[in-house]
Design a protein around this ligand. Structure first.
Ligand code: GLC
Length: 461
């Protein structure tokens, strides 16, 4: 477990902005003068101090990465990790406040894939297209991950790690109850969970993220998509998909019987006793604590939950007790979509040119294959680098990577919109209302469609 504090290396007599200006000027000046000048006696160049925002990391692998970077760049660049809230939406709100300040004191941002359009449109992050094409080969990245860092044909972030929703299950409990394959449909999941709840000493059949926050949105999307529903048409026309129609972009189409059915299935998890009523307030940590504590048969989660299995302080299960499969669908004939998640590294547009240069050095380090491999092995974070999916060491050590690749191929994105931060709470609330039994799937999807259309209408005025 990581207990990092946000340490400052700013001398108390200078305010941080002045200090940064001086130190980055020092580094830039030294760079212009060349290496011998940088080392000349009498010239004291302080390191460029970078503030990197990201949520806490239970695997400890991010602390290791930052420490390794700081050691390698000692005297030149120093990265301080500013801990942001664990949940994506609370983190985004803090970024909004930081960027409302006249001089935002953030340099590198670990950014959720759903933020790209909004961060770019608000002018908060730098366009990295030129640097990216100079220093990376786009084909080295998973297509989906790079797509999540792009907006209007420009690249705003470097894919750091990717995510796709998955179903974790207790292989030992399924086998002991004669279920030799994991469920493909929600009905199969319910049936297995009910049998196992009856026969075994386990508290919950299924746990997932049902709270009204960004994690709830990802679960809602999977229930809706896997029943044949949609939320919004894509921003690009995909006529090339099998049977694909040319769709007008960005049209809200959540008010359908399929989407309503998806949400009703989620509610049926609670009414059938398969999921506990508390699931309406469960977030990622509640769910992995329950599952890794041996209290649940099934769990919907991200691959990183597998990375916690090796830590006896966090998990009572052994890797052999756990199986992983795709998120189920409403019918066996339907595709089983995962919600695409993941995080990209971006640079604040407000950072000085020298700090942007130093930030790029950090991003190149953090996204290099070596660091991605270490984070995959130590934390279960799915790499954005294509080649690591064929790396025998990675494949052998973490089965989640194998399924991860196919889950990402079958992943869908949440609505890619510059107004996403207004849309997301509406989707989350609709999900929670149905889970609580306050509205039916039909009522909630009709209401949600009206709200989302209003947001898009107001935003385009
Ligand atoms: C994971 C995903 C991210 C998503 C979040 C929701 O961190 O990578 O994309 O928004 O979970 O809780």
């Amino acid at each position: 477990m990581d207990h990092d504090e946000c340490t400052r290396h700013t001398p108390p007599s200078l305010n941080r902005r002045d200090f940064l200006k001086r130190s980055s000027a020092g580094v830039a000046g030294a760079a212009l003068l060349g290496p011998s000048a940088a080392a000349a006696p009498g010239i004291v160049s302080a390191p460029t101090e970078l503030v990197f925002t990201f949520s806490p990391d239970d695997s400890g692998t991010l602390r290791t990465l930052i420490d390794a970077f700081n050691r390698q760049h000692e005297g030149a660049i120093h990265v301080t990790w500013r801990k942001m809230p664990r949940t994506s939406d609370a983190y985004f709100q803090q970024l909004q406040s930081a960027f409302a300040a006249p001089e935002p004191d953030i340099d590198v941002i670990g950014a959720d894939v759903v933020w790209t359009a909004e961060l770019a449109r608000n002018g908060w992050v730098a366009d990295l297209s030129q640097r990216f094409h100079r220093d990376y080969n786009p084909d080295d990245f998973l297509h989906e991950a790079l797509g999540s860092a792009s907006h209007q044909f420009r690249i705003w972030g470097v894919p750091w790690y990717t995510d796709a929703g998955m179903l974790f299950y207790r292989r030992d409990l399924l086998l002991r109850n004669d279920f030799t394959t994991p469920p493909r449909t929600w009905d199969e999941l319910k049936e297995m969970a009910q049998t196992i709840l009856h026969n075994e000493d386990v508290a919950y059949g299924f746990v997932f993220q049902g709270d009204a926050y960004e994690g709830g949105v990802t679960n809602a999307c999977e229930y809706i998509w896997n029943a044949g529903g949609r939320i919004m048409t894509r921003s690009a026309r995909l006529a090339s998909e099998p049977g694909g129609q040319i769709e007008p972009p960005n049209v809200i189409n959540v008010d359908t019987p399929e989407a309503a059915r998806g949400l009703n299935i989620a509610r049926s998890m609670v009414t059938s006793g398969v999921a506990p009523p508390e699931v309406v307030s469960f977030r990622e940590q509640d769910t992995w604590e329950a599952f890794l504590g041996g209290q649940a048969v099934f769990m919907r989660h991200w691959p990183f939950a597998y990375g916690l299995v090796g830590d006896p302080r966090l998990s009572q299960l052994d890797p052999e007790q756990i199986g992983i499969t795709s998120v189920p669908a409403a019918d066996a004939s339907r595709p089983r979509y995962s919600c695409l998640g993941g995080w990209n590294l971006m640079i604040s547009a407000a950072a000085s040119p020298a700090r942007q240069e130093a930030a790029w050095t950090f991003i190149r380090f953090a996204t290099a294959a070596k660091q991605q491999k270490d984070r995959a092995l130590g934390g279960g974070y799915l790499p954005s680098h294509r080649m690591l999916y064929d790396d025998p060491e990675v494949e052998g050590a973490i089965p989640v990577v194998d399924l991860g690749r196919s889950a990402i191929r079958n992943a869908r994105s949440r609505p890619a919109s510059p107004y996403y931060s207004r849309m997301s709470p509406r989707i989350a609330d609709a999900f929670t209302r149905v889970l609580r039994g306050d509205q039916t799937g039909d009522e909630a999807t009709q209401h949600l469609a009206r709200e989302l259309r209003t947001i898009l209408r107001q935003s385009s005025n």
